[in-house]
Design a binder for this molecule. Sequence first.
Ligand code: GLY
Length: 556
Amino acid sequence: MNSWNLKILSFAVILMIGTSKAFAGAGIATAHSLATEAGISMLQMGGNAFDAAVAISSTLAVVEPGSSGMGGGGFWLLYDAAKRQSIMLDGREKAPLQASRDMYLDDKGDVIANLSIDGPLSAGIPGQPAALVWLAENYGSLPLSVLLEPSINAAQRGFAVSNGVQSKIKWRKDQLKNYPSTAEIFLNGGNIPEVGELLVQEDLANVLQALAERGHDGFYSGPVAETLVKGVQEAGGIWTIEDFNQYEVAVRVPVTFTYRNMKITAAALPSSGGIVLAEALNILEYYDITKLDEADLIHVVVEAARRAYRDRAEYLGDPDFVSVPVDMLVSKNYASGLNQSIRMDSATKSDDLAPITVTTGEGGNTTHFSVIDSNNNMVAATLSINYLFGSGFIPPNTGVLLNNEMDDFSLRPGSPNIYGLVGSDANSIEAGKRMLSSMTPTFIEDDQRIAILGAPGGSRIITMVLLGILEFEKGADANSIVSRPRFHHQYLPDVIQFEKNAPNADVLSALESRGHQFKILDRTWGNMQTVIFEKSSGTVSAASDPRGQGTSWQAN
Ligand code: GLY
């Protein structure tokens, strides 16, 4: 009997003893039941939270194909309990080496519609495969072949299309139709697949198998890399083998700061998440948040977000390429200065902060999961191919759906991306540079509890996490944190966005009388996944956002 058979046997014994006893203190929340199960199975085989994270990430790449994938990237915020150390694993995509600053502009200097959103030119060099190998090799305890098995099975045997996946395919059908290599996987003879139909991804299974067998080189050199590059070039893209030779993950020091009695650990550059959160929460420390009425709370959160997102646009970009005044932006002194311009009785005009006019963008996909194991190792990971189904392009014979993260660069200073976000030179395109992100995997800790959380949703991610932190401050449980009604402001456009279940008319009129403009969307946003650990009892509770179709699991 080899060691794996032994592990499987001991797993069966453990199951007989009872899951809750064997894994007490472990919890998982992901956006898909098969990903949650993949994570549980790794813990059951004796793996740690990092093993679970590899299995979950790769399974989400298969079963939530519109949101993240092997053709994309992400940030894995890791807490190693033995070392008592947090790091951020940066598997963000990079601009191809042949990319250039004005590549999406026409002769007049105007942005060419959709070039950074649809097709091979919109894709950065994927980072997720490299990140999964790095995570397994440096933090995991099980072999990569075991960690990738659930995803390979799901790709080979197929997974049942849910109504969520079906509606996302419907939403992006026109782009998916443009490429036969994409259409043959996601459209059944050109039609939207039925709910319950099996979606098989054999080529993707082969790519995952190559990664399982050859590690980093399985994706970044040899047949997989060559086929990806050939497919991209033949479709008009600019990828080269050199892009693949050069791609490597980065290990970043997370942004850490205090908010009242809490310690927050969040994503560092090239994500804007941690810095924007710190700046906004430092301002909010000047207000007794738990005692404010609803209109006052929305007002001060909007004013804080307005200022923090404004600085995002001005200062933030890839720290390997630009110098960013991070210490200043996250300092309490800086927030004190910003707070002096906030008045309770009137809204600041964003145009008074910076003279740029933009229009709003919609959309926003991505995925988030949270994991803790029984040794208190933790992972908060937010992964993306950017827009729904990314670029819509799968290089033939690879099954790898490419991202369209190039749209997260500032294509032209002041010009909004698909989320309506503007940027400056700090986030302009350069060969090999990582595009600025809003993905915000986060740990929150006070003297009683630790929460692991994050969400998908483009530019709205940061305000979702901020509202989650304010719920945590009130003592809310995991379910209340993920369910909380949401609003959003991002400096430009100068409008508060509300989900369809907006506050009542009195609250809206109190905001209007201060000069706020607002828009009530006909939908909700986000799909937050949260795990909370109670320090005194060692118990865990996990929750998946009711807006999505995720599942959570905990063992106590
Ligand atoms: N692609 C969305 C983000 O990284 O913010």
